[in-house]
Design a protein around this ligand. Structure first.
Ligand code: PMP
Length: 306
């Protein structure tokens, strides 16, 4: 009886890809000597599938290989094979809509941090049918509350977030401050004091009807949603540009929103208790949200699963 229940439980779980093999979620395990765990030595992507189309899959794979290139981690698969394996993971789980986490670690080594001890990278693909949104269900309608954290974004001449590495302690320290303050998300400043990004999202502000977002030099991840939103905004006739943003500019912005694979477009209604605009999602934010919803499952924006 117990065995049967156990088997049924396993059958209801998503299966996880580890180095070419599939395991049920509760049995998907890797070595405690993996340098991804011991040192955060590795790279990853968060990807999303909408109605059978994996949004920007090729672009995510390109970014993964770029991150790996910078940290001198050679992914032992071609890009084509990795794309095929992501698709295979979604098919085996029979998912049409999913959040996908693709991870490549330095692999199993010894307790020293020298990457040369790691023989082979570990490749993991996790797919989940649903995603929890920052700020909960109402976040898109009401907007989220935020604080600017005392923890600065790692600078570009250190563990730069241009690389999507497994080292997220910088973000987690800021997230802790948001939790303590009882707000939904933290916004981080660059080492020079300009607005950088959210802990896992890029940031935009609207000022006098124009849209601004921080440049790469603020230590941000060049988000794929950010890129798409910039393209969409331009197509809709908005002026949109990268430039330094001060905390004061953010407090006094007409609109502020975050972007990311998980967040999509998330309106911000409060920064350190300063109400943004009318305290509700602004017209430009809403317009972009509508447009993004229209294109996110467009076959030309991604790769089909089936
Ligand atoms: N910044 C950081 C630090 C992130 O982790 C993410 C999520 N990947 C983003 C920005 C948004 O990037 P994307 O739109 O590519 O998901």
């Amino acid at each position: 009886m117990e065995k049967k229940m156990e088997r049924e439980k396993l059958m209801n779980e998503p299966v996880v890809y580890i180095d070419g093999r599939f395991r049920p979620k509760s049995m998907a395990k890797i070595s405690v000597y993996d340098h991804g765990l011991l040192y955060g030595d590795g790279v990853f992507e968060g990807i999303r599938a909408y109605n059978g189309i994996v949004f920007k899959l090729k672009e995510h794979i390109d970014r993964l290989y770029q991150s790996a290139h910078t940290i001198m981690l050679e992914i032992p698969l071609t890009k084509e094979k990795l794309i095929a394996d992501v698709i295979r993971t979604l098919r085996i789980n029979v998912f049409k809509n999913a959040y996908i986490r693709l991870i490549v670690t330095r692999g199993v080594g010894d307790l020293g941090l020298d990457p040369r001890k790691c023989q082979r990278p570990t490749i993991i693909i996790i797919a989940e049918p649903a995603i929890r949104l920052v700020g909960g269900e109402e976040a898109k309608e009401k907007g989220i509350t935020t604080i600017i954290s005392w923890v600065k974004r790692d600078p570009v001449d250190a563990t730069t977030h241009e690389v999507k590495s497994l080292n997220y302690l910088n973000s987690i320290l800021a997230k802790l401050e948001a939790n303590i303050a009882g707000v939904d998300e933290a916004i981080m400043l660059s080492s020079q004091g300009f607005v950088s990004e959210g802990v896992g999202e890029n940031i935009f502000e609207v000022k006098e009807g124009k849209i601004f977002t921080p440049p790469i030099s603020a230590g941000i991840l060049p988000g794929l949603t950010r890129k798409k939103i910039m393209e969409l905004a331009e197509k809709l006739g908005y002026q949109i540009m990268e430039r330094d943003i001060t905390p004061n500019e953010l407090f006094t912005a007409e609109e502020v929103f975050l972007t990311g694979t998980a967040a999509e477009i998330l309106p911000v209604r409060e920064v350190n208790k300063r109400v943004i605009g009318e305290g509700i999602p602004g017209p430009i934010t809403k317009r972009l949200m509508e447009e993004f919803e229209k294109i996110r499952e467009d076959p030309s924006e991604g790769i089909p699963i089936y």
